[in-house]
Design a protein around this ligand. Sequence first.
Ligand code: SPD
Length: 282
Amino acid sequence: MKQTESWIDECHQGVRYGLKGHTIHEENSGFQQITIIESQRYGKGLLLDGCWMTAELQEKQYHECLVHPALCSAAELKKILIIGGGDGGTARECLRHKEVQQVDLVEIDSRVVELSKEYLPQIGGNAWEDPRLKLNINDGVEWVAKSTKSSYDVVLVDSSDPSGPSEGLFNESFFKHCHRILRSGGVFGIQSESPESFHQIHIDIIRLIREIFEYADPLYGHVPMYPSGWWSWTFAAKDGSRYLNPYPNRAKEISKECEIWSTRWQKGAFESMPAFIERELN
Ligand code: SPD
């Protein structure tokens, strides 16, 4: 029998951001409400606590933009840390880099991983079987606090919005640990919300990261299903703004199979800070 299609919306402050489709699975994991939907336009999708996380036909717009600015510019790529990212998309993009020896994926909610493997297997792709991937069902805040100094070449935070299980991933203490565990020559990257829909949160994230890291800059792009569709990722480093300059050999190899990311796209995306954000940050 054909499922009844309806609008599935993420709602904020008098605005809603929706896809037409139907719910195929819903549960409360103890950490959060997890919803898997089938949409008419973007394939299967995932919501956490009613907020859009990803969908099969637009996940690359998010994952490529979080991963490649960092992995194409870090001095070495031996050991990568991903906090969150339970759908596997960030790990998949990291593991496309042949120099990567180990990816520690630290996801607090095992059900996000299990349901993503079951309903959204294309998003993780081969990452789940890759021996370089070490999946840890653990609290990312505790993980960074316990990690030894300078133990990672790249640290990526692929979290949901800063509330519920992700609340602790946006504060001073967390960022200080990320700075401590990053090697010099390393790159830190985090999804940093929408300059429009989550304007103040976006500003606060950049300001805080700039207080802790020697160099930090946001990059702007589009994820159609997210609030306003206008999204950002912020990158930081200790030894210069190396994230602005991808190594040409890595970039050439990686961009061959990207939908969005390329050195050209990245250059524009770092340059496209809107004037109102630039004024506030200065
Ligand atoms: N408002 C949505 C922010 C979600 C960012 N993370 C998405 C997870 C995809 N791996």
